[in-house]
Unconditional design. Structure first.
Length: 152
């Protein structure tokens, strides 16, 4: 019985480590990768959501900002900036230069690979928006979160 218990605990630890490793392997793939299966949502997002071209708004301001100020805009105006596999620069990660689908739904590589709905955040709520649409930013930039931004 004691040996069986140790085997089960060891297997659980291995499974836990493997699943943790898989979660860490998720990478950003860019909104274009979503289009094949979610064409209608993708087209509406590109047509109606300001996020779909969010890099342009900070690019217009670039000459008026210090490099540090400009770079701080990447947190909300690009996909995955500061995170593993996220936006680095327009030259290195052009597919992530705007705030795309994965800003709200999380890194999509495993979902794209497996088509498993559990590998992506399917339902987004108002609280999810607060990472970028905080009360400070609402006050400073006079914008409010629009939960679906015309995409869904």
């Amino acid at each position: 019985m004691n040996l069986l218990f140790r085997v089960i605990v060891t297997l659980l630890l291995i499974l836990s480590a493997v699943s943790k490793g898989l979660a860490e392997d998720k990478a950003y793939v860019g909104s274009l990768s979503c289009r094949e299966c979610h064409e209608q949502e993708y087209n509406r997002f590109v047509k109606y959501s300001k996020k779909a071209s969010s890099y342009k708004s900070i690019q217009k301001m670039e000459t008026k900002l210090t490099q540090q100020e400009f770079t701080s805009c990447f947190e909300c105006h690009t996909t995955g900036y500061g995170e593993k596999g996220g936006f680095v620069s327009v030259a290195r990660t052009p597919e992530l230069k705007d705030a795309g689908c994965e800003v709200c739904h999380g890194p999509g590589s495993l979902h794209v690979e497996t088509e498993d709905p559990d590998e992506i955040i399917g339902r987004v709520d108002q609280e999810s928006c607060q990472a970028c649409h905080s009360s400070d930013r609402i006050e400073v930039f006079d914008f409010k979160p629009l939960l679906f931004g015309g995409a869904h």
